[in-house]
Design a binder for this molecule. Structure first.
Ligand SMILES: Cc1cc2nc3c(=O)[nH]c(=O)nc-3n(C[C@H](O)[C@H](O)[C@H](O)COP(=O)(O)OP(=O)(O)OC[C@H]3O[C@@H](n4cnc5c(N)ncnc54)[C@H](O)[C@@H]3O)c2cc1C
Length: 405
């Protein structure tokens, strides 16, 4: 039987923040691109919800910021935590020299749908939903395409460049045998919803107490909750029973007393495994990984989406002239890794430091934790809060949209 074959210049596996942004930027420059997304839509509630000042600045440079801000965006100028019952402020974004000095909280599906709407203005943008990349095509030591599967049917997508933007469990990185360096994470996250009342706090919260850490993201009429557990212990949490889990939540957040019983079955609670790693080499001839596929990020600081988007912009800035001049080589791909490896490594180093110094210790001890000295300083000296604000909100080596006329 003949396998149907589609040809494009760039085939991107994965329609997350990295894949959709890169697809948009290439199509905008007239480069035919096909993006594969395995799900039929973007309504996955396990996606992070934060759009950072650096990403908002990119939307401004693309002239789509005003349209984005017409969506229901929740603006957060400061972030803090509640540690052992004491509220502290850790980062203050309001002094950043950008058009939007705040974190924009918006369900990620709204952001992705918005970016897809923008991208669809360009005929070169082709998004195939419900289409999974299942294997790579390699000929003469060069990747030349992807085997895709949609509704039970397999077909080939031939391309000059294959991009792996397929997240932490990337098919592209697995099939290309790129070497992964794991940095480890002491925790996993249990992800669930609890209803939100008008009288509740309006901003998103992180609560730390009695050996427990609970993140609560305001999504209007419900809280999207993330409860940290020690890695690999979900089975024992489950065997302890749902009631014991509800009690555990109340220890860190007693004001959820009237709501924890909304959790009636383990089906309502999803396990998100946390992985922190990076590829030692992000590319091979004809293939490049970006975003979590190149470097899986910890949820700490909620910076993964921003990094994925910055990778996409850096990749576009380097790929567009190479596509235009027909001289896309391994050096082009190496230049993208060289540009993005530094911000990735430093962000991951900070995440791993915080995981080991704070998360690991909190999960170990069922006591009221003291406030770590750096957090005490940040809480006392407002000026210092600009430092974490810059690292979280802008990040190392922020990218800008280049113009190619
Ligand atoms: C528990 C948890 C909470 C987090 N919270 C935040 C947060 O609040 N803010 C933040 O910035 N970051 C957060 N992160 C990190 C963030 O989710 C990632 O860093 C970010 O989503 C990476 O974007 P990406 O586009 O590289 O990959 P992804 O967002 O993972 O997107 C990959 C896409 O590829 C698709 N895909 C996968 N395989 C295939 C295939 N074979 N074929 C076709 N499609 C495929 C997937 O369906 C998905 O849509 C969190 C991470 C975790 C684990």
């Amino acid at each position: 039987m003949d396998i149907k074959s589609v040809t494009t210049r760039c085939c991107i596996v994965g329609g997350g923040p990295a894949g959709i942004m890169l697809g948009f930027l290439l199509a905008r420059s007239g480069i035919p691109v096909t993006v594969l997304e395995q799900w039929p839509d973007f309504f996955r509630d396990f996606r992070g919800d934060t759009i950072h000042p650096a990403t908002l600045e990119l939307l401004y440079e693309l002239n789509i910021l005003d349209a984005f801000l017409r969506l229901p965006v929740d603006k957060t100028y400061q972030i803090g935590a509640e540690i052992g019952g004491k509220k502290i402020t850790i980062a203050d974004f309001s002094h950043l020299k950008v058009h939007c000095p705040y974190l924009a909280f918006i369900p990620q599906w709204d952001f992705l749908n918005f970016m897809v709407e923008q991208a669809k203005q360009y005929p070169e943008f082709n998004l195939l939903l419900q289409t999974e990349g299942v294997d790579l095509i390699k000929e003469n030591n060069r990747y030349v395409g992807v085997i895709a599967k949609s509704q039970g049917e397999q077909f080939e997508i031939r391309a000059e460049l294959v991009i792996g933007a397929d997240g932490r469990h990337s098919m592209v990185r697995e099939k290309s045998h790129l070497t992964v360096e794991a940095l480890g994470a002491p925790m996993d996250v249990l992800w669930f919803r609890l209803s939100r009342k008008d009288s509740d706090e309006t901003f998103s919260l992180g609560k730390i107490d009695l050996g427990r850490i609970l993140i609560m993201i305001n999504r209007g009429n419900y809280w999207q909750c993330g409860f940290l557990i020690r890695k690999g212990t979900f089975d024992s949490v489950q065997s302890g029973g749902l009631e014991a889990f509800q009690q555990s939540l109340l220890k860190v957040s007693p004001n959820l007393k009237d709501r924890v019983e909304e959790l009636k079955s383990w089906d309502q609670i999803k396990l998100l495994t946390v992985t922190v790693d990076h590829l030692t080499k992000w590319y091979e001839a004809g293939l490049l990984c970006i975003g979590d596929s190149a470097h899986a990020m910890s949820p700490i600081g909620g910076v993964g989406i921003n990094l994925a988007i910055q990778d996409a912009v850096a990749a576009a800035n380097i790929l567009i002239p190479a596509f235009q001049k027909n001289n896309l080589t391994e050096d082009t791909l190496r230049a993208i890794q060289d540009r993005r490896a530094f911000p990735t490594r430093w962000t991951q180093r900070i995440q791993v430091f915080l995981q080991n110094r704070i998360i690991d210790r909190v999960l170990d001890k069922s006591v009221h934790p003291g406030i770590p000295l750096p957090f005490k300083l940040l809480n006392k000296v407002p000026f210092l809060r600009r430092i974490p604000a810059y690292i979280i909100g802008i990040g190392f080596r922020p990218e800008h949209i280049k113009r190619f006329d």
